[in-house]
Unconditional design. Structure first.
Length: 175
């Protein structure tokens, strides 16, 4: 498996590219539901661009050494959102679709709890890997070789508050 390294500027541009693809479809949706943690940043920015309310579904399927071990997906008990009405048309956002399990299970989770409200769910991701069993409705990059994606915020996973304090101190007090 190859590696793909993403800078902050590339990351933000991918989110903007995704927004353009969604806008070009002229699909009018009621709310964005993002999968936490990977979809939080993209969901937040898309929510601001489209002026749509944001809901957050916390989900986890990776752990182990360096977060590279996939296990069964676990969901939060509740969806976090303002208001009681989810809406009829939902845009489900994540950073990537790897195996497709998280995306598929998230749709099932939403339908099992909000089925009377939901008429349609479409999905949007930055990266769509060839190995995925689910094809997102909107994506920026199709990755035929299924690389491991190193996102710019991963550096914080290996950093403690003390490490950050030392780093900030070095910038604040140059010698």
């Amino acid at each position: 498996m190859s590696d793909l390294y993403i800078s902050w500027s590339d990351y933000h541009r991918k989110i903007e590219d995704l927004a353009v693809k969604i806008d070009e479809s002229q699909w009018n949706f009621d709310r964005i539901v993002c999968l936490a943690r990977g979809g939080l940043r993209a969901g937040d920015i898309l929510s601001r661009i489209f002026h749509k309310p944001l809901a957050i579904l916390a989900a986890s399927s990776y752990g182990g050494a360096e977060g590279k071990v996939r296990s069964s997906i676990k969901f939060a008990r509740d969806l976090t959102m303002v208001g009681d009405d989810l809406g009829k048309k939902i845009l489900l956002v994540d950073d990537l679709v790897d195996s497709g399990v998280s995306l598929q299970q998230s749709i099932l989770w939403l339908k099992s709890r909000y089925s009377p409200d939901i008429q349609e769910i479409r999905t949007a991701v930055l990266w769509y890997k060839a190995g995925s069993a689910a094809k997102p409705d909107y994506y920026v990059d199709y990755l035929a070789d299924n690389p491991w994606i190193h996102q710019p915020f991963e550096m914080y996973e290996k950093m403690s508050a003390a490490d950050l304090r030392a780093k900030v101190s070095k910038y604040s007090n140059p010698e």
